[in-house]
Design a protein around this ligand. Sequence first.
Ligand code: CAA
Length: 388
Amino acid sequence: MTIGIDQIGMYSPHYYVDLAELAQARDVDPNKFIIGIGQSQQAVAPSAEDIVTMAAAAASEFISKVDTNKIGMVIVGTETGIDASKSAAVIVQHLLDLPENMRTYEIKQACYGGTAALMAARDYVALHPDRTVLVVASDIARYGLASGGEVTQGAGAVAMLVSAQPRILELHDDSQFISRDIADFWRPVYTDMAIAMGKYSNEQYVQFFQDVWANYKAATGHDLADFAAINFHLPYTKMGMKALRTVLPQADEATQNRLNEHYRIATTYSRRIGNIYTGSLYLGLMSLLDGASDLKAGDLLGMFSYGSGAVGEFFSMTLVDGYEKQLSPEDHEAFLDARTKLSVPAYEQMFLNKVPYSAADYSTDPAAITSRFRLTGVKDQQRKYVNQ
Ligand code: CAA
């Protein structure tokens, strides 16, 4: 029996800020943001969207096509939790009108949460091959106006249906993982803005990649030439390349060219959306599948997941015959093109208008464009959502 990704969908808010304009406003050379960091646009979430609404919107890309009675669990991976107790997953289940006969829960370990959810889903399907699991990685990356991390913000979600006999990608049971208690990036519970040790986090990301890759090679016998592409967690599009470059000399020229070109294609969506934390690795995967016309069934894809704090994991997947029939690249391109560009002052205003850390009632911006799922506000300390 094969197990893997049967369906995949994405969502990002309808607003973005242009990073050349942001650089000018911050008195920075635009080439630093566009070339040095590798980001050209950044998604901005209005107050009426949060991890719940984005998760539901990403899943709604395919949910009407699948048998929801077979879903045994909904797992949301996030590091932008909206409650320390109740999971986003149970609200997503409600908003999507899914049956009650399932488990719902949330997983946290920084940007690794999406991969943790995917692996839990695979293990569950191995025991219950007649059931499926809805995995959603949903996050809003915030560092603060004019902060060092501002250029690496973003917002969005990726949803995946994990099943037996998947129609897109078969997951292999070949993971190599490392956990080390380090302080490279974290988010205290009193704020929605992350604290990042910029340079140190970059170094740790590369170190974790080198270590899990070395372990993976030793355990499986695979080398770079076996992979059609290697996907990376993408806090910004230059980051994965910094890691890839450290191992490329191990490969022949044709392999190097192939991995470089597929890396470029895999970063297309992230370049326009920014960091979506738990979903970034899977947004890169979607960008690759949508954009690389030379991929074919049987191709092996490597996946490097990194979650600060920190956990790193390397695993692989194989493309399934007919996978392209399950994708809708034109819809994703059209969605990104149709977004509204915000001026820098309008972005700053939207950034600051958010659900406050207080017990007061709050109404979100009624004029904001959202998906059909919307956070209308907070009343009596409860978040209120609608499916419009
Ligand atoms: N033209 C072209 N390139 C330029 C340039 C110009 N005019 N000016 C600068 N650059 C280049 C620099 O040479 C540098 O390139 P290299 O990295 O290849 O050396 C690049 O632009 C960035 O410049 P700096 O290092 O000076 O950038 P910075 O000090 O402003 O910080 C950052 C960048 C560390 C990514 C910061 O934005 C940050 O802290 N972000 C949040 C933390 C983060 O994303 N860490 C990533 C690893 S942790 C992780 O992966 C988990 C997660 O999702 C957060």
